[in-house]
Design a protein around this ligand. Structure first.
Ligand SMILES: Cc1cc2nc3c(=O)[nH]c(=O)nc-3n(C[C@H](O)[C@H](O)[C@H](O)COP(=O)(O)O)c2cc1C
Length: 188
């Protein structure tokens, strides 16, 4: 495993807006991948509000999301902080893919988390709320480094490129940790 094939990472951001700083973190991750990894970015746009009555007839967008999570060796989540927690967009997408009962797509996957905020606390509170959810999903989050990007408007340019070198370095280190962690977990 992984010695001769690349680690397949699926990334998604808890923001739908085009100019999202969290989407910018994912784009930076694409440029900063270690050699033994590949990254696909999945856009959560189009995932409907979760309704338990409909979980056995999910639309294609949700089925595609679940399929891609299952196919991935590891996940990468970039989340904004909304009102001191994760945005509904992200929580809803996670809820959808964790169901129906017995078909939790996230089960046993390694995951790394990043956050970007226009404020000083960098989405830290959202990250820790997200970590709580990951416990129930039975995921294995990377602990360090923590990628929390404060004052994101000063670190991402108008084209969505992360220009801050320290931020880029942290993302690089986190991806290296995700690969090492996945190998340690014996991801096939
Ligand atoms: C509804 C809402 C709630 C927000 N709450 C917080 C918050 O609790 N903490 C914080 O640091 N930023 C908060 N923000 C500001 C976000 O950090 C900022 O909008 C950020 O750019 C969102 O991420 P994005 O650029 O990936 O869309 C909030 C923004 C919105 C729209």
């Amino acid at each position: 495993m992984l010695m001769d094939k690349k680690l397949k990472i699926l990334g998604f951001a808890g923001s739908l807006r085009k100019g999202s700083y969290n989407k910018a973190l994912l784009s930076a991750a694409m440029e900063l991948l270690p050699e033994g990894a590949e990254l696909e970015i999945f856009d959560l746009e189009g995932i409907p509000l979760y309704n338990q009555d409909l979980e056995h007839e999910y639309p294609e967008k949700v089925r595609e999301f679940k399929r891609k999570i299952k196919e991935a060796d590891a996940l990468l989540i970039a989340t904004p902080e909304y009102n001191y927690s994760v945005p509904g967009v992200l929580k809803n997408a996670i809820d959808c893919a964790s169901r129906p009962f017995g078909d939790n797509s996230f089960d046993g996957k390694p995951v790394a988390i990043m956050s970007a905020s226009i404020g000083m606390l960098a989405g830290a509170r959202a990250q820790y709320h997200l970590r709580q959810t990951l416990v129930f999903l039975n995921m294995y989050p990377v602990n360090r480094p923590e990628v929390m990007v404060p004052f994101a408007a000063d670190k991402v340019d108008g084209s969505g490129r992360v220009t801050d070198e320290k931020t880029r370095q942290k993302i690089r280190e986190m991806l290296e940790s995700l690969v090492a962690w996945s190998i340690r977990l014996g991801v096939e």
